[in-house]
Design a protein around this ligand. Sequence first.
Ligand code: AMP
Length: 275
Amino acid sequence: NPTQPNHIKMSSKLRILVPVKRVIDFAIKPRINKTGTGIETKGVKFSINPFCDIALEESLRLRENNKDLVENIHAVSIGPLKSQDILRTALAKGADNSTLIETSNDSVNNDVEPLQVAKLIKKIVEKDNSNLVILGKQSIDDDFNQTGQILAGLLNWPQATNASKIEIEIDNDNENNQVLVTREIDGGEDILKSKLPMIITTDLRLNEPRYASLQNIMKAKKKPLTKLKPQDLGIDKIENKLEILKIEEPPIRQAGVKVDNVDQLIEKLKELKAI
Ligand code: AMP
């Protein structure tokens, strides 16, 4: 990308930023709250968004599989104070440091939208001088699938979305490392090659995340977790553009009818005026 900004030093090792979101655990069936304005969050288990977990796992593997390649892995989350929990998990799995950008949203029912999230992440990228941001392709609560793409736009960095494989072509002294990203597309694979800095979003089949051991969970208590407010990053107000008016269960599906043969099927379809 010839328009890459040059304020970020292109050479050197990977300084990876991994944005992680706290969401309702994937194994839980969400229930609508009594007022029909959002999802019931009381007594519900929350976890790290699965695609963010994959992003973190990939960063850890990049470090483990390439000696001296990764300088730092920083996990950052935007959300309520409780998002500390998933940052502790990220630290226990192997992130070096973490930041919570605390917003007053109560998660799920009043989430910070992708544009605002991307603006906050951009501030951390600039602060850290990050050269690789690995995000999930989407959050499983809002299903936006936007944050990585918007961040790439704001930073004017190349992006590779829905990665199913990430490889680094290491230059002798880490001066001109190139990133190869494979994406599954209809009928084949799309392989993108880019210099750093870049944005990658992860697809489901990229890897299988590890679990944090109890020992590492204990050790992670000593690792850095910085708490910031958006104001600390020069963003005074987080303004969402969308308003949720109402949330409804999908209509209950009618039971189907079984037919014995094709003739009966045609008869039935005629009866229903479907043909
Ligand atoms: P989305 O665009 O909301 O579907 O989210 C895509 C990815 O952006 C997630 O997998 C995260 O990596 C990142 N992201 C979105 N929202 C947040 C948040 N509140 N805090 C940290 N990362 C986030």
